[in-house]
Design a protein around this ligand. Structure first.
Ligand code: BES
Ligand code: ZN
Ligand code: ZN
Length: 479
């Protein structure tokens, strides 16, 4: 999918006019009859007017400025674009030009963004009729005085990053084991200009990453630990930001096997945090944002193999603490803990992790949002909330009170890897905090990383949620 700025109106390409009460249709080369038709047909914000011209289609989409907050209106444009994208593909339209008619450029860009995001498909494994399934739409032109080439180019980068995150989430374990995940990072690094170092099982052993090694014991595949770094020449930050992503390429639950196929059949998506963090870094590097960022992804599958870790085991973690494993299905925190302790090496400004960590987070807020918590400055949470509204990858802050740590105290080790059912996403976050010694934000995307049913431009399957949020968050730091 390509997005580009166009400075003059084409007479060949199909068009979408984003119209409002002030739009002067005489500016767009319509005949008097066509203008009459448009004015008569334009009724609401739901049904665009469609003109079938000789060699193209023209859609006039009316939006009223209803005085709602800007981010709500922006999302209205995205929702409308998603609906229209189905129509464009059913009409086999390949190129569409979006004309902003003097609108707020944010809305025009959001409309184009959603057209692009709505067009994502994962067709790799179809052998029959795959070509017939391919969406026709492949080019979006944007005609807007106020939008710079750079801002459209940046949107292209972010869309590419989201597509790549979705692809990685949609890839099954039969393709994407830990080693393949790391190879993908290397390719991304070459493309965007960041370095990638991958620690092998031996090196992971040398690092004493007891959590990652414990989870990996039930698997016949080796674990990996990927270290990605983007350091521009004049960064705004002296100390790096470190992003940590959960890379469980498949989660069976291990010996504490997941109880139903329903709870397991989409667990190829349990590396969603790793896909999000690596692709947020990809977008930051590709857009050459002047910010020094490192991404760490510990990766393995979680299986009940012969030598698998079992409930009751006590694990020595990288930072020297001991963990009593009471449920092998709480594996994400075991591998993230070692990555968080590794992050201390960088004396970071701030560390953010992102993980499909708990069913508890998903049950609390569903697929509509993202749970965040942590001990970083309030201003970081404010910035995340702002970017969350703007990208509509909305975040909700959960409490991070010390009393929750009481719930994961073990009788035989420094802590246990599960607390009671209540506040499960918070005790998971408090567990992770034990492995940090810097300002910390924890992001739980269990509810929104993978969708069983299409939800607007977020699509079905992997959503790549968090990429747009984090890109916007870092971009604003650079402004
Ligand atoms: N990967 C799961 C969490 C998950 C659940 C992600 C649903 C996406 C959708 C995680 O490893 C897990 O199994 N967590 C357990 C923790 C429990 C044993 C304390 C959970 O949430 O049930
Ligand atoms: Zn699990
Ligand atoms: Zn998991």
């Amino acid at each position: 999918m390509t997005l580009s700025k166009i400075s003059s109106l084409s007479k060949k390409n199909s068009l979408i006019l984003l119209a409002d009460d002030k739009t002067d249709f005489s500016l767009y080369d319509f005949s008097a009859d066509e203008v009459k038709f448009i004015k008569k047909q334009i009724k609401d914000e739901v049904n665009p007017v469609q003109l079938n011209q000789l060699n193209r289609y023209v859609f006039v989409h009316y939006f009223k400025d209803d005085g709602k907050p800007c981010h709500i209106i922006t999302e209205k444009y995205r929702t409308a674009a998603n609906k229209l994208s189905c129509k464009l593909n059913s009409l086999k339209i390949k190129t569409i030009d979006v004309i902003d008619c003097g609108k707020n450029p944010t809305w025009t860009l959001a409309f184009a963004e959603s057209l692009a995001l709505s067009n994502y498909q994962f067709l790799k494994y179809f052998t029959k009729d795959a070509k017939k399934k391919v969406n026709s739409l492949s080019k979006i032109g944007i005609n807007s005085k106020e939008l710079s080439k750079e801002s459209i180019n940046e949107m292209q980068i972010v869309v590419d990053a989201v597509f790549n995150a979705r692809r990685l989430v949609n890839e099954p374990l039969s393709y994407l084991d830990a080693e393949q995940f790391s190879k993908e990072f290397k390719e991304m690094g070459k493309d965007a200009g960041f370095t990638v170092k991958v620690l092998s099982k031996k090196q992971i052993e040398k690092e004493n990453m007891g959590g990652l090694l414990a989870v990996n014991r039930g698997s016949m595949h080796d674990p990996t630990f990927s270290i990605m770094e983007y350091k521009p020449s004049k960064p705004i930050n002296k100390k790096p930001y470190v992003l940590v992503g959960k890379g469980v390429v498949f989660d069976t639950g291990g010996v504490s096997l997941k109880p139903t196929s329903m709870s397991m059949d989409f667990m190829k998506s349990d590396m969603g945090g790793g896909a999000t963090m690596s692709n947020a870094l990809y977008a930051i590097a590709k857009a050459k944002l002047p910010v020094h960022v490192i991404a760490l992804v510990p990766a393995t599958d979680n299986r009940p193999g012969q030598d698998a870790y079992v409930p009751g085991d006590v694990i020595n973690m990288r930072n020297g603490k001991t963990v009593e494993v009471l449920n092998t299905d709480a594996e994400g925190r075991m591998i993230l803990a070692d990555a968080l302790s590794y992050a201390s090496n960088y004396d970071p400004e701030l560390v953010i992790d992102c993980a499909t960590l708990t069913g508890s987070a998903a049950r609390a807020i569903g697929q509509q949002g993202i749970v965040i918590m942590g001990n970083a400055d309030k201003s970081e949470f404010d910035q995340l909330k702002y970017s969350g509204d703007k990208t509509y990858e909305r975040v909700v802050e959960f409490p991070f009170w010390d009393e929750y740590s009481e719930l994961i105290k073990s009788t035989i080790a420094d802590m246990k890897n599960v607390g009671p059912a209540e506040a499960g996403s918070i005790t998971a976050g408090k567990f992770l905090e034990e492995f940090t010694d810097y300002p910390y934000v924890h992001i739980d995307i269990a509810g929104s990383a993978f969708l069983h049913k299409a939800d607007s431009y977020r699509g079905t399957g992997g959503t790549g949620v968090g990429v747009r949020l984090l890109f916007d968050y870092f971009k604003r730091k650079c402004d």
